[in-house]
Design a protein around this ligand. Structure first.
Ligand code: ATP
Ligand code: MG
Length: 451
């Protein structure tokens, strides 16, 4: 019998304990509310640990985004300890403890699903207190409320670096999967058999890529190899959950490198099927690179960002093509754009749903691309004061920068905004009726180009 070395290393690992002086986590970097939750649960006689991204980020010297707590108390018992708490019944039952705007998430130790406990060589025994789990036919976990021990809780987590437990009883870090070593080496390693773990929850492929990009970690060989074959399973993940993941993927300041990795692992096309055929060449990707880069830049300097703009850019290649196809059938430009936007969004919703509060502004951004071409008379002045002008103008720049023949139009709008009242009037006068024919010419050109 042959043994695959890396794959099973996390399950053969024996528990390791790191003392306070060995790990360097300081309580002053942990939110007071999270500490209170740990102390209060301990005082009520329960085990309680900080776990997940919080511990991982503390060990790396980063500021954790949020703090998650794991405990042996049941959700009901946790509820009784904290009056300011609520049981949230999503896929897993967890308890939210509210402190003003901060929420500490408390989850009860969970056992892995039936399938993932069948890890060869695993030394972990299975002590299931309460069984409530279900799988779909293709092995995806549907419901997962099987309470277990801390060791079991560790191996049902996704990556070894996410399965480190910190306790305020003696300030130790408990490691059941070799996460500390992986953390020191900058390795993202999935716990257990990669193929099985991605099948159970395909979103783990996205988490691997996102966290590796955020932490600048390498995905371990076996964990990486299994991503590509699992990517198509993303199509069966609920569309609303994928929208949540989309936000996490691209609004953390590392959107562009995440995009590169999603392309490299051939995952991106499964998130955005309407643009699958437009991302095969550098040229095609230009618009998307531009959009991710500018989102990262805005986040870096604390400017606001909206999913509507980014989604409008991601889907633009598909909208643009359908728009010119519609023109060819004789549809006037505005209805042609309206229809293109609507169809592409509809197709997109099947995989990754976009809430209305974003899909409406997306369509406005697209439709304003036509309005920006029509500048004569009083139109340009009116557009300037429209609430969607800024986004539409930024979108136009993005299109111009990514190779569409629009530099002249983009420059005109840049100058028009910077100009004073008289200069603006002069710019308008200069346009005259020629403006209309110019934009018509461009449409004819794009019609020819798309044949
Ligand atoms: P972030 O910095 O984005 O918050 P995180 O690792 O804390 O990263 P969360 O979504 O907050 O991500 O999840 C908290 C923890 O729950 C993870 O660290 C991991 O241990 C576990 N977890 C989250 N999602 C999964 C999943 N799909 N499968 C298994 N374990 C998961
Ligand atoms: Mg977290």
């Amino acid at each position: 019998m042959s043994i695959t070395p890396t794959q099973d290393s996390s399950s053969n690992f024996r528990q390791k304990i790191y003392r306070r002086e060995e790990h360097g986590i300081s309580r002053k970097n942990i939110s007071q509310n999270a500490l209170n939750v740990l102390y209060d649960l301990n005082a009520a006689g329960y085990q309680a640990y900080l776990v997940g991204g919080g511990v991982r980020d503390l060990l790396l010297g980063l500021k954790p985004k949020d703090f998650d707590v794991a405990t042996d108390a049941s959700p009901e018992q946790v509820r009784q300890v904290f009056r300011n708490s609520r049981i949230i019944g999503r896929r897993f039952q967890i308890v939210h403890v509210h402190y003003g705007r901060e929420i500490i998430e408390v989850s009860t130790f969970r056992a892995p699903s039936e399938q993932s406990t069948e890890i060869p060589g695993s030394s972990l025994s299975r002590r299931v207190k309460h069984l409530d789990s279900a799988h779909s036919q293709d092995g995806m976990i549907l419901r997962d409320n099987v309470f277990g021990s801390i060791e079991e809780d560790a191996i049902r987590r996704d990556f070894t670096v996410n399965a480190l437990y910190y306790t305020v009883r003696n300030f130790e870090v408990l490691d059941f999967t070799g996460g500390m070593q992986d953390l020191q080496q900058g390795t993202m390693r999935i716990i257990g058999d990669p193929e099985l773990r991605y099948r159970e929850d395909p979103v783990r492929t996205l988490r691997a890529i996102r966290l590796a990009a955020k932490l600048d970690f390498q995905i371990e060989e076996h964990s990486a190899k299994a991503i590509k074959p699992a990517a198509k399973l993303l199509l069966s993940v609920p569309a609303a959950r994928l929208f949540d993941e989309f936000l996490k993927l691209f609004f953390n300041g590392h959107g562009q490198s995440t995009f590169r990795q999603l392309l490299a692992f051939e995952v991106f096309a499964f998130l955005f099927p309407p643009v699958a055929e437009f991302i095969t060449t550098e040229q095609d990707q230009a618009m998307l690179h531009g959009a991710f880069a500018s989102t990262d830049k805005r986040i870096a300097v604390g400017k606001s960002v909206t999913p509507a703009f980014l989604l409008a850019a991601i889907l633009w290649p598909a909208v643009r093509r359908l728009f010119s196809q519609n023109l060819q059938t004789g549809m006037p430009p505005m209805p042609a754009m309206h229809d293109a936007g609507e169809s592409v969004i509809k197709q997109q919703q099947e995989t990754l749903s976009i809430p209305k509060r974003f899909s409406i502004p997306m369509r406005e951004i697209w439709e304003y691309q036509l309005r920006l071409e029509r500048r004569s008379g009083k139109r340009a002045f009116a557009l300037l004061s429209h609430k969607r002008f800024r986004a539409a103008y930024d979108f136009l720049l993005l299109r111009a920068d990514s190779g569409e023949d629009l530099q002249e139009l983009a420059n005109w709008w840049t100058q028009f905004q910077d100009a004073d009242k008289d200069q603006r009037q002069a710019m308008q006068n200069k346009l005259g009726p020629a403006d209309v024919s110019k934009s018509r010419k461009r449409r004819v050109k794009s019609r020819k180009g798309s044949k």
